[in-house]
Design a protein around this ligand. Structure first.
Ligand SMILES: *Cc1c(COP(=O)(O)O)cnc(C)c1O
Length: 392
């Protein structure tokens, strides 16, 4: 039988994830698979843990990568920290906050939704009021970087408010980790999850998570076992936990862990602060170009994520047709709107390895030529210059 190999087309990934994966990460992932309890792999797990502590800015011992994508990190936090009957205040300012609420309900918890405006940060005052109205609440959940709109919330403030009301926090940092400051210990956040495929520029499939001592305590003292066997931290801790002899729980995706180790190594070489500064710099140039073209941002400037730029689609322009052309003519992927913003915005990612000057200029030029060919009401001939002057 003759079968053909799958050879993916060459793309530049400037959507909401996955982002371009560094060749160094791809090369690391192609190294020989070894046993997941091999002493060499156990040593690698310890290094990955230390590197994740660096990325998350935490000393939490319970820091590891869940063997599944970001959504599984989300689920890990909820199934472990929410018991049936628990009241959880969920801040919702986009698609991912909505998923958090769904998680609470499926865990048998009572979700109190703090509904915010899409495209805005979570309002701390609204959280404060919800907690006053619900003194029985034990957990507060919110999304730090809402990828569906491009808004960033003030995690330090939200964690402080939650703590003042005796609540643990669950924080989604899938899109922020490696792109904008995620300061787990400084915030005093309790259960924080992320993903490998956004600003860490690693292949999709793993979810870094970290749990504070308070959160681990709560998981250890649950009245009933965690409903999910696979995501039960009491069991996973025996596998990823330090010191103690590792016990078989599941088989880690060995080569994916090689990739994460390399991606975190790249982040450490650059330095977290330098990575944050790079995301801010290229966002500044992209923004200058998009605005010169006449496109406008969904999120007010002070609440905007540099790594996820949601801009409104010009009047009368077919969203899908533009994205299809960018893909066909330039190999360039940008994201569509999600949820309430579907068909209304594009989401242009500047994440990790893909966040560079070449991509900013290519995206502006490609978007301009595509839109002007469709007679869109935009300014032409100015975007690339505006971006160049933003670079200075
Ligand atoms: C992408 C994303 C997720 C889900 O991650 P997957 O890797 O797609 O499962 C969760 N939350 C936010 C904010 C995201 O951007």
């Amino acid at each position: 039988m003759t079968v053909s190999a799958f050879n993916p087309p060459q793309r530049i990934l400037m959507g909401p994830g996955p982002s371009d994966v560094s060749p160094r990460v791809l090369e690391a992932m192609s190294r020989p698979t070894i046993g997941h309890l091999d002493p060499a792999f156990v040593g690698l797990m310890d290094e990955v843990k230390a590197r994740l502590q660096y990325a998350f800015r935490t000393k939490n011992d319970m820091t590891m990568a869940v063997s599944a994508p970001g959504s599984a990190g989300m689920e890990t936090c909820f199934v472990n920290l929410v018991e049936p009957g628990d009241t959880v205040v969920v801040c919702i300012n986009g698609v991912f906050g909505g998923r958090m609420k769904e998680n609470v309900i499926r865990c048998g918890g009572k979700a109190v939704a703090v509904e915010g405006q899409w495209g805005r940060a979570v309002d701390p005052q609204a959280l404060e009021e919800a907690l006053r109205a619900h003194p029985e609440a034990s957990v507060v959940a919110f999304v730090h970087a809402e990828t569906s709109t491009g808004a960033q919330s003030d995690a330090a403030d939200l964690c402080r408010i939650a703590r003042e009301h005796g609540c643990l926090t669950i924080v989604d940092t899938v899109t922020s980790l490696g792109g904008t400051p995620v300061l787990v210990d400084e915030w005093g956040a309790d259960a924080v999850y992320s993903g490998t495929q956004k600003c860490l520029s690693c292949a999709p499939g793993l979810s870094p998570v970290t749990f504070s001592g308070r959160a681990v305590e709560k998981v250890r003292n649950r009245a009933r076992p965690v409903q999910s066997w696979f995501l039960d931290l009491n069991l996973v801790m025996g596998y990823w936990g330090s010191g103690a002899k590792r016990a078989y729980h599941h088989t880690a995706p060995v080569n994916a862990v090689y990739g994460l180790h390399e991606a975190l190594g790249i982040l450490m070489e650059e330095g977290l602060e330098a990575a944050w500064a790079r995301h801010a710099r290229h966002h500044g140039a992209l923004k200058a170009g998009l605005e010169a073209m006449g496109l406008s941002f969904v999120v007010p400037e002070s609440e905007r994520l540099p790594q996820l730029n949601a801009v409104t689609i010009p009047e009368g322009i077919d969203d899908a047709a533009v994205r299809a052309r960018l893909l066909a003519d330039y190999g360039l992927e940008i994201g569509a709107g999600l949820g309430a913003l579907a068909g209304k915005v594009w989401r242009i990612g500047l994440m990790g390895h893909a966040c560079n000057r070449r991509n900013v200029l290519l995206c502006l030029a490609a978007l301009e030529s595509t839109l002007s060919a469709m007679q869109a009401p935009i300014e032409t001939g100015v975007a690339v210059d505006a971006a160049m002057s933003a670079y200075g």
